[in-house]
Ligand binder design. Sequence first.
Ligand SMILES: C[S@@+](CC[C@H](N)C(=O)[O-])C[C@H]1O[C@@H](n2cnc3c(N)ncnc32)[C@H](O)[C@@H]1O
Length: 264
Amino acid sequence: MGRMPSDRTPPGGISTRLVSLSADSADPPGINDYDSFAEAYTASNENNLINAYYERPAMLALAGDVAGRRILDAGCGSGPLFAALRDRGAIVTGIDKSARMLELARRRLGDDADVQVAELGSPLPFPDDTFDDVTASLVLHYLEDWGPALAELRRVLKPGGRLIVSVDHPFAENLLHREAGLEPDYFATYNYVDEWTVGGQTALLSFWTRPLHAMTDAFTAAGFRITVISEPAVAPDTPRELLPDRIADRRRFLCFLFFVLHAS
Ligand SMILES: C[S@@+](CC[C@H](N)C(=O)[O-])C[C@H]1O[C@@H](n2cnc3c(N)ncnc32)[C@H](O)[C@@H]1O
């Protein structure tokens, strides 16, 4: 994901344009096709503000010391978080729906990296109690129903294991849609389609936004205990030129919401 409220063309980032809002669950063909813009997305994600200096450092800070831990990076994309976790001593497996994103992950991580095509929401190809941690970075918001995906993540986690999640912040999404002149019901789970432009390429992405209580309800229903809800600042080493003036002092903006959950 690559957006900042009221700043639709962040430097080096992804510009977004709202195409439609609906409660409909049928995605038109060609939507969410990460294969079609995998290189452009990966290049932007590498050094931009919201992925490289905000989302990824926040996930790593929440994960803490991961040396020796077995981690599933669910929705790993081209593997930037996988690489950072592995650099810190974790034994990492990645899954993603996009074969092209995983080709780029193998290029980054080496041919022997354990990355596999698999889809959240479907049964996962791992036995029960396999992982110490799961990271799900900017992926759950593509799913209408979090239940099946969370149940599978809970199944493959060892008892007491952690699920560390980042998703689009529901307040930010609702504000953006209001800024676009619409009046979505914050308390509803609804679909919206954005057109992303990244590295000169455009793609249509379909997201599901839901209120905060629907997120926490889904986590607890799947057998997780919520230990952290976080709205972090950008990383201390964020280059000044990447920060829009209006947030340069507070270094915070509404963009993503982070959770640490424990499998109970
Ligand atoms: C915004 S990218 C984030 C990639 C990576 N986590 C990162 O932060 O760099 C979202 C990724 O989720 C993947 N994805 C979307 N829906 C998915 C699903 N149902 N199952 C697995 N991966 C999915 C996409 O292919 C894409 O690689």
